[in-house]
Write a protein that binds this ligand. Structure first.
Ligand code: AMP
Length: 396
């Protein structure tokens, strides 16, 4: 069965085509600079690259070009040949507790959640509507980044602000990266041979955006991102947790205006704000050269992460595994080693050679003998998770 996964933004569409009989991706690509002068579309399939540089005026033209590239490569001739199309949606608000087949009511609810994700949901909606207009009777499914976190108990997702106002304005912890946390926790349970409904894990999605999730008996019970993906860990350019009074203080000092706060916290803070780069590889290169700010940024990142692991250990009780994923989680041996060494008293103990080994890029366990909590590295695969969810819903 052929499933296409679309991740549509306001000016780009990422896509991946899966053959679900083998859980295998057979093509992937990107349409970018939609709405601008110099559009670019690329498709990789059959070990070849198919590319076009043309103006892409809107999502409709974008998908037309995707189809042309599919036809050129021979992997697909028409969207109508597909068994289903799955769409990644960043924010489902409070309405969605699971993935859903697209209906007019579902579209309305995604529109209602635009206020909570103004940068993402409008692009997703453009992608859904365009793809529906080009794919005949093919069923469409939406898979939400927020859904995995909807099992959090109310005492975990509420903020301690006036209750009625919070309810009225839908202010609560929603979390993000849910599809990734769900995927790596399911894979982790499978890897360890533990039934998912009995599996307890702390999943660490560490990329440019970073978040932690506490999974108890296969369900999310706590996560570090909040109303928006700003809360929690230190990230590439986001501050993560901060005393909100820092903002009002800086405003009173004349350093910050109201309309600058979002950019200040989301784009100018995090690793970038501390040491001048948001890329962990650069941070580590600078540390090698003796850059003290880079060392501080690295240590702050590790410290915040360690605090969250400790807190989630307390939340879950018995932890089977901690799971590293995302660009930093999958590749950064120094960060993994530091955090795990500093948590030895929890029973987390990794083998330095296994941790350094770059030959194995797949799911792996880093344990040294004597470890009582498993340490896994599971490369995330949100697109496969979306394709799997899509297939599950269209089969129902
Ligand atoms: P992502 O957002 O998941 O693509 O992750 C991006 C982050 O992963 C960036 O901070 C990269 O510097 C980091 N990253 C990727 N490869 C490595 C590596 N080999 N060592 C350290 N960090 C890495």
């Amino acid at each position: 069965m052929k499933i296409l996964v679309l991740n549509s933004g306001s000016s780009s569409i990422k896509f991946q085509l899966f053959l679900m009989d083998k859980n295998e991706s057979i093509a992937s690509g990107l349409i970018e600079q939609i709405g601008q002068e110099n559009g670019h579309a690329v498709l990789k399939a059959n070990g070849e690259k198919y590319e076009k540089f043309v103006q892409i005026k809107d999502h409709h033209v974008g998908l037309d070009i995707m189809n042309e590239l599919f036809r050129e490569s021979g992997v697909l001739h028409d969207l109508k040949e597909l068994d289903g199309i799955g769409h990644r949606i960043v924010h489902g608000g409070e309405s969605f507790k699971s993935s859903a087949l697209v209906t007019p009511d579902v579209i309305k609810k995604i529109e209602d959640a635009v206020v909570l994700a103004p940068l993402h949901n409008p692009g997703h909606l453009a992608g859904i509507k365009t793809a529906m207009s080009q794919s005949g009777d093919v069923p469409h499914v939406v898979v939400f980044d927020t859904v995995f976190h909807q099992t959090m108990p109310e005492y975990a997702y509420r903020y301690a602000i006036p209750y009625d106002l919070a309810k009225k304005q839908h202010v609560r912890r929603y979390g993000a990266h849910g599809t990734s946390h769900h995927y790596v926790s399911m894979q982790g349970a499978k890897f360890l041979g533990i039934p998912y409904e009995n599996f307890n894990a702390i999943t660490l999605h560490l990329g440019n955006g970073a978040s932690v999730c506490a999974v108890k008996n296969g369900k999310c019970v706590e996560t570090s991102m909040g109303l928006t993906p700003l809360e929690g860990l230190i990230m590439g350019t986001r501050s993560g947790d901060i005393d909100p009074a820092v903002i009002t203080y800086l405003m009173r000092q004349g350093e910050l205006k109201a309309d600058e706060i979002d950019t200040f916290l989301n784009k100018k803070s995090g690793l970038l704000g501390i040491c001048g780069t948001n890329d962990m590889r650069d941070v580590e290169e600078r540390i090698e050269k003796g850059d003290e700010r880079a060392k501080l940024a690295f240590d702050m990142f590790a410290h915040r992460l360690k605090k969250y692991i400790g807190a989630y250990y307390a939340v879950i009780g018995k932890v089977d595994a901690i799971i590293f994923t995302g660009g930093i989680g999958e590749n950064d041996q120094d960060m993994r080693q530091k955090v795990c060494d500093e948590l030895a008293h929890f029973g987390i103990k990794i083998d330095a050679n296994l941790n350094k080994d770059r030959s194995n890029k797949g799911d792996r366990c880093l344990d040294a003998s004597g470890a009582t909590i498993k340490t896994l590295v599971i490369p995330t695969n949100e697109e496969l998770m979306i394709a799997t969810e899509t297939l599950k819903l269209i089969k129902k």
